[in-house]
Design a binder for this molecule. Structure first.
Ligand code: AMP
Ligand code: ZN
Length: 437
């Protein structure tokens, strides 16, 4: 394979140099932090009153974690490290878990962010000959603007289509010869169903690649999208607190996401004990941003579950790789006392070829017990008038799910296209149980 590097010096930097760079950037970031009301107090409590107190990278562990609730408590300006007139943009989280948190960026911050996204895009083999249709939300969410700027930086023709309206998306793809798209994995699956429905032939579009992120998805889902659309799908990971896209991305090897360690320091901790876990083991990702002056954030508990993949990547990049994010340390469902991750359910159902592109997990109370219902769409070919094969399929899904998650779900099969589709992040879990107070 021929690899291309947007910033070869940094992407292939020897680890010792990379760590020296990280230490230097960490000191800068702590210096920025000391200019914010939040960290001035927080760092002083740990005996850090000036950047020089950080002597080695190990000193990072003297700094307490920062949580989403800290960011909310600091709203609106508790984390702002530059005069307001130096800020040229703000972004907020999509509110996956509640109240949005706000991030401010200076001109330099946006330039650095853009170059990280460009690096990701280029690592997948794209270049200025590509036509890029950005089918993700713009606005306060970071995904649209981040990829838009990164795509332009690479020199691609960028079509800011945003999500939704598949008929218009197909029109744009055909009129301008779109070769690469960016979307959530669930929207990509929706696009594929609609293509069939609207009679848009695969050969009428020139798609080669897709960047898919913003929500967890399984390897089976990736493969399914790749096969159905005949494209390469690259996993894109980011979060607004850390700028958004451009934090970690797959290279052409598609075997884990390179976390850009010249822009971030990553730690994996056990979410219970808060102690670091060894490479190869899963835990919660903690990130420190090194490339942003306006809103420094140190040791942020992302709640995302992943781990470092041991060993080097054949692409030659020295930045460590993360496993696909399987869920969050806070999205775990407890059903009749059993822990279940929505991703486990997805893995089972998406591996079945009769299952369609959309599904919904519902949990409700049935007397004193919890009841789990898994509603899945089935492909048009499977959904026939004869109920016998459908009943057999239902039973097979139920049994396979039970074997995987140890609890017995109810399974409902739905016609393709009948379950609700969201334009942004898919809503896959509906927990209808009354909350204890
Ligand atoms: P936001 O701040 O709104 O951009 O949401 C960021 C969150 O989306 C992350 O903390 C993850 O939980 C999730 N996320 C983003 N990209 C991915 C991905 N590729 N795989 C799994 N989850 C993701
Ligand atoms: Zn690689």
């Amino acid at each position: 394979m021929i690899y291309q590097y947007w910033n070869e010096k940094f992407e292939k930097m020897p680890r010792t140099e990379l760590e020296a760079w990280q230490l230097e950037r960490l000191r800068e970031t702590v210096a920025c932090g000391l200019r914010t009301p939040f960290y001035r107090k927080r760092l002083a409590e740990s005996g850090i009153t000036e950047a020089r107190d950080i002597k080695t990278l190990a000193d990072l562990r003297r700094i307490p974690f920062t949580t989403k609730s800290d960011l909310r408590d600091g709203f609106p300006y508790g984390f702002l490290a530059v005069p307001k007139e130096e800020v040229i943009r703000l972004h907020a989280s999509s509110g996956t878990t509640g109240i949005p948190t706000t991030i401010y960026l200076s001109r330099g911050d946006i330039a650095r962010w853009t170059s990280f996204v460009a690096r990701c895009i280029y690592a997948t083999g794209c270049d200025k000959t590509d036509v890029f249709q950005n089918m993700i939300t713009y606005g306060l969410f970071t995904g649209g603007h981040g990829f838009h700027a990164g795509g332009e930086e690479v020199g691609m023709l960028v079509i800011p289509s945003g999500p939704g309206n598949t008929t218009r998306q197909f029109r744009l793809m055909q009129d301008f010869g779109t070769t690469v798209v960016h979307a959530t994995p669930s929207f990509l699956l929706h696009v594929e169903s609609k293509m069939k429905e609207e009679g848009v032939g695969r050969d009428s579009v020139k798609l080669k690649r897709a960047f898919a992120g913003a929500e967890p998805y399984s390897e089976d889902t990736r493969r399914r999208i790749e096969e159905l659309l005949r494209i390469d799908v690259y996993n894109s990971y980011g979060l607004s607190e850390m700028n958004g896209p451009g934090v970690a991305f797959e290279c052409q090897e598609k075997n884990g996401l390179h976390l850009w360690e010249d822009g971030y320091i990553a730690e994996i901790i056990n979410p219970e004990t808060l102690e670091p876990v060894p490479d190869g083991e899963r835990g919660e990702l903690v990130l420190t941003i090194l490339c942003r002056e306006a809103t420094p954030i140190l040791r942020y508990r992302t709640r995302d579950l992943t781990g470092f993949i041991p060993g080097p990547c054949p692409c030659g990049r020295t930045h460590r790789r993360l496993y696909r994010i399987t869920g969050r340390s806070d999205d775990m469902l407890i059903i009749n006392g059993v822990n279940v991750f929505p991703s486990q359910i997805e893995e089972v159902i998406m591996a079945m070829k009769e299952v369609g592109n959309n599904y919904l997990i519902e949990i409700e109370k049935d007397g004193v017990l919890d009841r789990l219902t898994v509603k899945t769409e089935v492909t048009a070919a499977t959904f026939m008038d004869d109920t016998r094969p459908l009943n057999a399929l239902k039973e097979r899904i139920r049994r396979t799910l039970q074997a995987s998650i140890t609890i017995n779900p109810r399974v409902e099969l739905h016609e393709s296209g009948s379950l609700p589709v969201s334009e942004g992040k898919a809503v896959r879990v509906r927990d209808l149980r009354p909350r204890d107070v």
